[in-house]
Design a protein around this ligand. Structure first.
Ligand SMILES: [Zn+2]
Length: 203
């Protein structure tokens, strides 16, 4: 498997980029991998990088982005922060990835059984975690719990709303990314990774 070049990246549409990720995850759940000589890829990418995607996901140790999409060196920009929340630095990283470095898709990917989302639903307060969880709270407020404590399916609903909220923030707070999407230069999509099956559902 060859690394992305300027030419191969230029020739991809946002739809192609999504299709690469869908197919990569299909290989992953079937325990299939494209053959990659990783040391060769290190050398090939040493002079430059032409990733096709920016994937924004949680820090969770069960969601290693390159593995779950069967991607190699130089394929994806990976921004990760607990609860896949958005802040100015994440937006700056995404803008760099798309506008400067040519990525064709931005994926905001939550996952099932997310500790950060669960903590936000349970109104946990701890050091700097408190301010991070505040960014998930708008999505918590949209779900009416059936009892005092949210159940698992209510928490999963919050995780999906939180992806939608992150995407709304990208579009409203990054004119660069919003304009690129309106021009058809990139797609901005949501996804949820299942820690139970390894599958990714695009929303
Ligand atoms: Zn998480």
């Amino acid at each position: 498997m060859k690394t992305q070049t300027k030419l191969s990246q230029d020739n991809l549409t946002p739809k192609d980029a999504l299709s690469i990720l869908v197919k990569g995850n299909q290989r992953f759940i079937q325990n299939l991998k494209l053959q990659r000589n990783v040391i060769e890829q290190v050398l090939e990418t040493s002079s430059g990088q032409y990733p096709f995607a920016v994937i924004h996901s949680c820090i969770d140790s069960r969601v290693p982005v390159e593995l779950v999409f069967d991607q190699g060196f130089g394929d994806v920009f990976s921004t990760r922060v607990a609860g896949n929340i958005i802040n100015e630095d994440v937006l700056g990283s995404m803008e760099y990835g798309c506008k400067v470095a040519g990525a064709k898709i931005v994926v905001v990917m939550a996952h099932t059984k997310c500790g950060a989302v669960t903590a936000a639903c349970n109104h946990v307060e701890l050091g700097n975690v408190t301010a991070l969880l505040e960014k998930i709270k708008p999505s918590v407020a949209k779900v009416q719990p059936s009892s005092d404590v949210m159940n698992e399916s209510e928490i999963e609903r919050v995780a999906i709303l939180n992806v939608e909220h992150s995407i709304q923030r990208i579009k409203s707070e990054s004119k660069i990314l919003n304009d690129m999407e309106e021009m058809g230069e990139i797609k901005i999509v949501g996804a949820v990774y299942s820690v139970e099956t390894g599958g990714v559902d695009f929303l």
